[in-house]
Design a protein around this ligand. Structure first.
Ligand SMILES: [Zn+2]
Length: 363
């Protein structure tokens, strides 16, 4: 039995991304755990049938219940909340709330996620990609940032010693909505004489298909996605063509896969994509786990610089980390000097002793 941990930004993201894959692995006896970064308090009601005052007033509690139902439908063994409020889209006033995920300190948010990884001990991590041009929600960008840092830090005993025993996840995946699936479903709508929800705008959105290097067969598991989506009754309109315009059987016949980007692996090769694909996310996984590894501080500095290039505080964070790396290097140099001083003193003392001893012998 291997373990998969997936992190999402909002309740309902776990239903729209990766649900069939998680459902399949759970059915095969593996374990899947969900981490949800925010409570989804800022979400609007997207289903007209649920647009009622008593629901609006209790949005946080309603969304928690919906999430619990979705978790059950997918088969996650646990759902762990990271504990932030959700942020709105770029420039939304909700982003000024100090409790929102976007305002969270990057190192502190990463520590929360590292503590969960060390407790759950997953073999693979599934998160959002580094390129989110298609959908730039601040919470989604942030999920990627903390995931990448946690991937680097969870197995490093120097990071967050209070956050539990180091644990080394073995493979890091980015979920993706492929253009290939969209095109296949669009063609299926047309073939069946149905109105397709995919207009030109959908085909102009940037895609990541050239980076896809893992394709999981989810035949028989589109139903998991449907059940999970429907569990989010305030967020998903059951009459929405975009989600439910094709029967599961038709959708599956058109495109029976979910696509991922294997970003990094500590246990095997990373396929190039195109024809070079892997078909099992647990391929190469060592179930016993890996030994914790100590990361060098300069690498951590580079990691921060990489994930934060176009986000708030990027320069500050990188400079801070680089300064920390420089301090550590300076400390190492100083202690090396102290050691060589001590060695010189000891050698001098030893030779003095020899001279004294020799003098004593002569006397
Ligand atoms: Zn979301």
């Amino acid at each position: 039995m291997a373990r998969l941990l997936t992190i999402h930004a909002h309740p309902d993201d776990e239903a729209s991304k990766g649900a069939p894959t998680c459902g399949r692995y759970v059915s095969e006896g593996h374990e899947a755990v969900l981490v949800c970064a925010t409570g989804g308090e800022e979400g609007d009601i997207q289903n007209p049938a649920m647009d009622r005052p008593e629901i609006k007033e209790n949005m946080a509690a309603v969304r928690a219940d919906e999430l619990a139902a979705s978790v059950e439908a997918i088969g996650f063994s646990d759902c762990i909340m990271l504990g932030y409020r959700d942020s709105g889209m770029e420039a939304d006033p909700a982003n000024a709330n100090p409790e929102c995920f976007w305002q969270a300190d990057l190192d502190e948010a990463t520590e929360r996620f590292v503590a969960i990884i060390r407790r759950v001990r997953p073999h693979i991590l599934m998160t959002y990609g580094d390129d989110q041009q298609g959908y730039r929600h601040p919470d989604h960008l942030r999920v990627h940032d903390i995931s990448y840092l946690a991937w680097q830090r969870a197995g490093d005993p120097a990071w967050y010693p209070e956050a539990g025993e180091p644990w080394v996840p073995q493979k890091l995946y980015y979920s993706t909505w492929s253009r290939a699936r969209l095109a296949a479903h669009h063609a299926k709508f047309q073939e069946l004489g149905k109105d397709s929800p995919y207009n030109d705008r959908w085909f102009e959105r940037p895609d990541q298909d050239h980076r896809i290097n893992a394709k999981v067969d989810v035949t028989g598991f589109y139903g998991v996605r449907r059940a999970a989506l429907l569990a989010h009754a305030t967020q998903v309109d059951p009459n929405e063509k975009f989600w439910f315009g094709l029967d599961d059987a038709d959708a599956e016949a058109a495109y029976p896969y979910e696509d991922f980007i294997l970003a990094e692996s500590r246990v095997g090769r990373v396929p190039a994509g195109g024809e070079d694909l892997e078909h099992d996310l647990f391929h190469d996984v060592v179930e016993a786990g890996l030994e914790p590894v100590a990361e060098d501080p300069a690498a951590s500095a580079r990691a921060i610089a990489t994930v934060q290039t176009d986000h708030q505080n990027a320069a500050d964070k990188a400079a801070e980390a680089a300064a920390r790396a420089a301090e550590l290097a300076e400390a190492a140099r100083a202690s090396a000097e102290r050691m060589s001083d001590a060695a010189a003193t000891a050698a001098a003392r030893a030779s003095d002793n020899t001279v004294e001893t020799a003098a004593g012998d002569a006397a």
